[in-house]
Write a protein that binds this ligand. Structure first.
Ligand SMILES: [Zn+2]
Length: 190
């Protein structure tokens, strides 16, 4: 490694240890033990720095992705449309602070941490922080429900999404301990 590269890599290391310290502190406050996160081997993700609005959703929500993930999403959506399949974003980028708010709301509703973490990532650990993850919906199908796997949209994604760099993150029995999420896909091309 040359010295410039070493400097970049050291800076990255510092950045990720700052993020880890912040995530640990916030999660401890929420009652989420660091050992639970370690045990599930959840990767830490920084909030995306560069985002573009890719789609306007329900209640005029502006869904944002990184520029490469957004370009790939648009290409994939157009290809699906040609095949008579409608794809829509239910949720895309969500930052660290938004994730804190989501977990806080669930705690306030009286849900236990174990149940919350089967459905939601601890702050700092959501793929949605990266601006590369999308929750996908399709007309006539309940959002964020397992029944999405029976939709024509899901069948289409299974067959074609990888061509656009999108992959399903949480299949049944996934190693991270999340419930099965057939609607959650992440752009993984570099
Ligand atoms: Zn998701």
């Amino acid at each position: 490694m040359n010295s410039a590269r070493r400097a970049v890599s050291a800076a990255r290391g510092r950045k990720s240890s700052v993020l880890l310290a912040r995530a640990n502190a916030v999660n401890a406050k929420l009652g989420i033990d660091a050992s639970v996160i370690r045990k599930r081997k959840l990767p830490l993700y920084a909030d995306a720095q560069s985002l573009v609005v890719v789609e306007i959703g329900k209640r005029r929500r502006r869904h944002r992705l990184t520029p490469p993930a957004a370009r790939a999403w648009k290409r994939m959506k157009a290809a699906a449309h040609k095949d008579g399949i409608g794809l829509a974003i239910v949720s895309a980028y969500r930052g660290f602070d938004r994730q804190v708010a989501i977990i806080r709301r669930k705690i306030a509703e009286g849900q236990g941490i174990r149940r919350i973490l089967a459905y939601s990532a601890p702050p700092g650990y959501s793929e949605h922080h990266t601006g590369c993850a999308v929750d996908i919906g399709t007309e006539g199908c309940d959002e964020l429900e397992e029944i999405f796997e029976l939709s024509a949209a899901f069948a289409w994604l299974r067959k074609h999404a990888s061509k656009y760099g999108y992959f399903m993150s949480y299949p049944r029995g996934n190693k991270y301990g999340y419930r099965y999420e057939p609607w959650h896909w992440m752009y993984r091309k570099r």
